[in-house]
Every structure is written in structure tokens, then in C-alpha cells.
Ligand binder design. Structure first.
Ligand code: NAP
Length: 185
């Protein structure tokens, strides 16, 4: 796949490396912007406050399949009155959109392909984004878990606070998570 990543930090930089290693053609964009016309899939991996500027700085995004990763911290509200950042992105660009990779830690992504069992990666979003999300999740060493349509993105964004609280309470460092069948639990 031809993938354009917007944001070269913990999430964007790490996924760009993993997807390049998996054989994808990755173009990594940062604050200087660029063009995404030839991308099959776009990863948006910038902080909440930077999302509007990041979208405005890249041409050729309209109608693209977008994988959106942001979390909202400390009561930050989604942009332009939308229920979630992912729905703001969908309203702005109009293409297949998914909320994904916000419930995993950037520092743990690099280790996922070597983990003895695949960590899970919850996502919600458009069915038209499913093939890309699930392939790119697997190619990052994780197991996709679909939680429903894009109108659940606000729930997924809110769940990040709960996940962080679980991690702090466990007091054992950062965590992956996995769902299990009754036989495998
Ligand atoms: N880190 C995590 O563990 C984690 C986990 C789940 C979800 N998330 C979410 O994922 C998103 C990315 O997080 P991160 O940790 O990767 O952030 P980060 O390390 O701070 O990286 C953000 C990147 O966005 C770039 N950027 C800022 N403004 C931009 C613009 N206008 N156009 C293009 N790029 C721009 C920054 O460039 P500069 O380097 O030039 O500033 C930086 O490369 C955030 O919304 C975060 O909440 C993070």
C-alpha cells in the first residue's frame, strides 16, 4: 500500500517504520506539510490541537481513507462541535475514516511484532475503511478488534482515560491488552 503519515512522533514515526519494514511504501509528512494525492491510506498522528492545521497543510486528502489516532486530554473538546475528533476528520475530508491506534502506547508499538501473542488494537469506523485498518494493524504486529461504526469514536476516545487509569493502577509499566475466548483465557 502507499501510505502517507502525517505526524512523525511516537505514533506516526513508529508506525511508519513498522509499515516500511512490512513492505509498504510510506511517505512521512510533518509540520512542513506536503501532498497525499497518491496515497491509498493516510495516517493522521498529531496532537488534538494540531489536527486542523495538519489537515490544512496537506493537499490531496479529500476522499482518502484516513486512520485517525488522536486522544483528547484534560477535557479537550472535539473540533467544530463534533462528537469526536474522528468524526471531525470525516466531516472535513469525506472519505472512509477509522479511529484506531489511540488505545495503544506509542512506546510499545515497536515491540508488538515480536510479542509472543498479538496485542489487540480496538478500532471503530467505516466498513469501507476495514480492509486498510485490519491489514495495517496486522502488519504492525497487532490483532484488529472492530467495535462498531464511526459514531462510536467518542466512546473510544473517552476510553483512553480509563485505559490510562488502569495502567497507573496496575503500577507495572505500560500495558498491551488482549481479548480472549473462554477456552484461551
Ligand atoms: N504517544 C502515545 O503513546 C499515544 C498513544 C495513543 C494515542 N496517541 C495520540 O496520537 C497522536 C500523536 O501522538 P504522538 O505521541 O505521536 O505525538 P508526538 O510524538 O508529539 O508527535 C506529534 C507529531 O505531530 C507533528 N505535527 C504537529 N503539528 C503538525 C502539523 N500542523 N502538520 C503535521 N504534523 C504536525 C509534530 O511535529 P513536530 O515534531 O515538528 O512538533 C510531531 O511529529 C496524539 O493525538 C496522541 O494523543 C498517542
Amino acid at each position: 500500500m502507499r501510505i502517507t503519515t502525517i505526524g512523525r512522533g511516537s505514533i506516526g514515526g513508529t508506525l511508519a517504520r513498522l509499515w516500511t519494514a512490512a513492505g509498504h511504501q510510506v511517505t512521512a509528512l510533518g509540520r512542513d506539510g506536503g501532498d497525499a494525492s497518491d496515497a491509498d491510506v493516510v495516517l493522521l498522528a498529531v496532537r488534538h490541537a494540531d489536527i486542523p492545521a495538519a489537515l490544512a497543510g496537506v493537499t490531496g486528502l479529500e476522499g482518502k481513507t484516513v486512520i485517525e489516532t488522536s486522544n483528547r486530554l484534560d477535557g479537550e473538546l472535539p473540533h467544530d462541535g463534533h462528537a469526536s475528533n474522528a468524526e471531525y476528520v470525516k466531516a472535513t475530508l469525506g472519505g472512509p475514516t477509522a479511529k484506531v491506534f489511540n488505545l495503544n502506547f506509542g512506546k510499545l508499538l515497536e515491540g508488538a511484532p515480536q510479542a509472543p501473542n498479538r496485542p489487540d488494537n480496538i478500532w471503530v469506523g467505516d466498513e469501507t475503511a476495514r480492509a486498510a485498518v485490519e491489514k495495517l494493524t496486522r502488519d504492525a504486529g497487532m490483532q484488529p478488534r472492530h467495535g462498531g461504526p464511526l459514531d462510536r469514536a467518542a466512546t473510544q476516545e473517552s476510553f483512553a482515560a480509563l485505559f490510562v487509569a488502569i495502567v497507573k493502577d496496575a503500577d507495572s509499566g505500560l500495558l498491551y491488552y488482549r481479548f480472549a475466548t473462554p477456552e484461551a483465557i
